[in-house]
Design a protein around this ligand. Structure first.
Ligand SMILES: O=C(O)c1cc(=O)[nH]c(=O)n1[C@@H]1O[C@H](COP(=O)(O)O)[C@@H](O)[C@H]1O
Length: 279
C-alpha cells in the first residue's frame, strides 16, 4: 500500500487526524512510573507501551521523536525499535529525526530509517537544499515531512524572511516541494506549525496537495479554530500532532492512564471540524 493510501485509511478508519507525539522526558514521567524499581529505559518503555495502548483508539498516527530516545544512550536506540513494534500496523509512524545532509550521507539516513525500521515517514530539514531529500523519495510506500514553517518563534529568523521576489522562504520551500513531487515516487509532505495559523495560508497554497504534519496545538498554544480556518482550501491530508498535552495529561492524577486516553479522545473530538473535511 502506498504511503498516501495508508495515510488516508489511517485517518478514515480512526475518524481522527490526531498524531500522538512520543517524546519521553524522564522528568515528566507520572509519579508511579518514576517510583518503579527499574532502570530509566525500563520506566520509559513501560510508560510508552501504556501510552500507545490507551491512545490507539483515538489517533491515526504516532510520532516518536528521536532526540528523546537518543538521550537514553545506546539502549534508547534499541528501545526505539521495541516501541515501533508496539504500534499497531495500521497507524502511520513518523520518525521525527529532522535529518538533512549531503546526498551520500542522506542515502545512509534513508537506509537507517526506511530499511532498518518499520517507520512510514521521516521529518527532514531542507536547509542543505532540495537534492538532499531525493534519497528518501524512491519508494511510494514511504513519505517525508519537510520543515516548511516551523511552530517555534525562530521561524521568524529564517523561514518567514522574504526573498527578493517578495515570497517568504516558507512559501518558496512549499513551491519547490510541489515541483519535486512531480518527479518523485515517495510522498512529499510539509511540517507547518499550528502556532503560525496567520502565516499558513500562503505557504500551503503553494502546494495544496501536500500531506501536512502540524505540531503546535496543546502546550505550544496553537488555536484549532484558526488552524481549521487556514486549512479550509487545503487538499492534502493533515496529521495534527500533540505530544506533552496528551502523554503527560495524567501527571497530577493517580489514574494517569485514563487521563492520557481521555486527553487523546478529547483532542480528536476538538479536531473533528478539520477531520470531517477529509473523511
Ligand atoms: O517536526 C516536528 O514534529 C516539529 C516541528 C515544529 O515546527 N515544531 C515542533 O514542535 N515539532 C515537534 O513536535 C513536538 C511538539 O511537542 P508538544 O509541544 O509537546 O506537543 C515535538 O516533538 C517537536 O520536536
Amino acid at each position: 500500500m502506498s504511503f498516501l493510501q495508508k495515510l488516508a485509511s489511517a485517518i478514515s478508519d480512526n475518524q481522527s487526524c490526531l498524531c500522538v507525539g512520543l517524546d519521553p522526558n524522564l522528568d515528566l514521567l507520572p509519579t508511579d512510573v518514576q517510583e518503579l524499581d527499574k532502570s530509566d529505559v525500563q520506566k520509559v518503555e513501560r510508560f510508552l507501551k501504556t501510552v500507545i495502548e490507551v491512545t490507539q483508539d483515538h489517533c491515526a498516527a504516532y510520532k516518536p521523536n528521536l532526540g528523546f530516545f537518543e538521550a537514553l544512550g545506546s539502549q534508547g536506540w534499541e528501545l526505539f525499535f521495541r516501541i515501533l513494534d508496539e504500534i499497531p500496523s495500521d497507524k502511520i509512524i513518523i520518525a521525527d529525526a529532522k535529518r538533512g545532509d549531503i546526498s551520500s550521507t542522506a542515502e545512509h539516513y534513508s537506509k537507517a530509517f526506511f530499511e532498518q525500521t518499520e517507520v512510514d515517514a521521516i521529518t527532514l530539514n531542507p536547509l542543505m537544499g532540495f537534492e538532499t531529500l531525493e534519497p528518501f523519495l524512491a519508494d511510494k510506500d514511504k513519505g517525508i515531512y519537510t520543515l516548511a514553517l516551523t511552530s517555534n518563534p525562530g521561524a521568524a529568523d529564517l523561514l518567514l524572511q522574504k526573498l527578493s521576489s517578495g515570497q517568504t522562504i516558507s512559501s518558496y520551500i512549499a513551491q519547490q516541494l510541489s515541483y519535486k513531487q512531480e518527479n518523485s515516487e515517495g510522498a512529499i509532505g510539509m511540517v507547518v506549525g499550528a502556532t503560525q495559523a496567520e502565516d499558513l495560508r500562503p505557504v500551503i497554497t503553494e502546494f495544496s496537495e501536500a500531506p501536512l504534519l502540524i505540531p503546535g496545538v496543546g502546550k505550544q498554544g496553537g488555536s484549532i479554530t484558526a488552524l481549521a480556518d487556514a486549512l479550509d482550501d487545503h487538499l492534502g491530508l493533515p496529521l495534527i500532532n500533540s505530544s506533552r498535552s496528551i502523554i503527560y495529561a495524567g501527571n497530577d492524577t493517580s489514574h494517569w492512564e485514563q487521563a492520557v486516553s481521555e486527553s487523546a479522545e478529547q483532542l480528536t473530538h476538538q479536531l473533528r471540524p478539520i477531520t470531517k473535511k477529509y473523511v
